[in-house]
Design a protein around this ligand. Structure first.
Ligand code: ADP
Ligand code: MG
Length: 231
């Protein structure tokens, strides 16, 4: 069995609320293997986004271990975690999170640019990815003239440009109508499957969960309780 690309152990996230402490996640442990797509399901407020932010190193846990590609994130300072994320983790968000002042191409290139790796090869890959996601003729457009589905396709291209082994998606179809959401989901699945990425995707969509190999359920409150087969 291949070593997992994502592994968490005894993960806990608590926040201070005045004198009290509120536990958002507790005893969360799971792993995701190379090439595996895992849905993260559970009601609103169950901690899906919090968990994704921990795995991406945007946020830090109160306790527990997170290992991505064999690196324990707790051993990295914030700067090192940011660099690690840009290099190895593709991120997709519900609200797309494109920069409105940058063109499609510039948005896709941005994470590699920030990582100092926007060379000719990367730019050639941007062009190819624009074609691949059906936006070959929109490369110079700004996000505000694109539909929601088009904007999310730009975000998918941005997420995979650096050929990350790990992709984290937070309700990637949550802002889209059903038909557009299906198209975006199919594209995300194809792009990640053909690259053998490990995918962890928070979703409310049964169809999105069913497109994954398995699902992890965050129960109301805090504990990651069960591994359930997709519907
Ligand atoms: P989900 O993505 O499953 O809807 P979240 O991870 O966004 O859940 O939120 C889990 C819980 O943590 C919620 O109760 C939310 O209100 C709380 N929470 C998340 N981030 C913060 C924060 N920065 N400050 C206070 N509460 C937070
Ligand atoms: Mg959320």
């Amino acid at each position: 069995m291949n070593a997992p690309l994502i592994q968490t152990e005894g993960l806990r996230k608590a926040i201070r609320e005045g004198a009290a402490e509120r536990v958002i996640l507790d005893r969360v442990g799971f792993s995701v293997a190379p090439g595996e797509m895992v849905a993260l399901v559970g009601p609103s407020g169950s901690g899906k986004s919090t968990l994704l932010n921990l795995v991406s190193g945007i946020d830090v846990p109160t306790a527990g271990l997170i290992t991505v590609l064999g690196r324990e994130l707790g051993a990295l300072d914030e700067t090192a975690r940011t660099r690690f994320r840009r290099r190895h983790i593709g991120l997709v968000f519900q609200a797309f999170q494109l920069l409105s002042t940058l063109t499609v191409e510039e948005n896709i290139l941005l994470p590699m640019e920030l990582d100092g790796r926007a060379d000719r090869a990367a730019m050639a890959r941007v062009a190819a990815l624009c074609e691949r996601v059906g936006l070959g003729d929109r490369r110079a457009a700004f996000p505000d003239v694109l539909s929601g589905g088009e904007q999310q396709r730009v975000a998918l291209a941005r997420a995979v440009l650096a050929e990350p082994r790990v992709v984290l998606a937070d309700e990637p179809t949550g802002s889209l109508d059903e038909a557009t959401g299906c198209e975006v989901l199919d594209l995300l699945t194809e792009l990640c499957r053909e690259r053998g990425c490990a995918v962890l995707m928070a979703t409310h969509s049964r169809r999105a969960a069913a497109a994954c190999d398995r699902a992890l359920r965050l129960e109301a409150g805090t504990v990651l309780e069960a591994v359930v087969a997709p519907a």
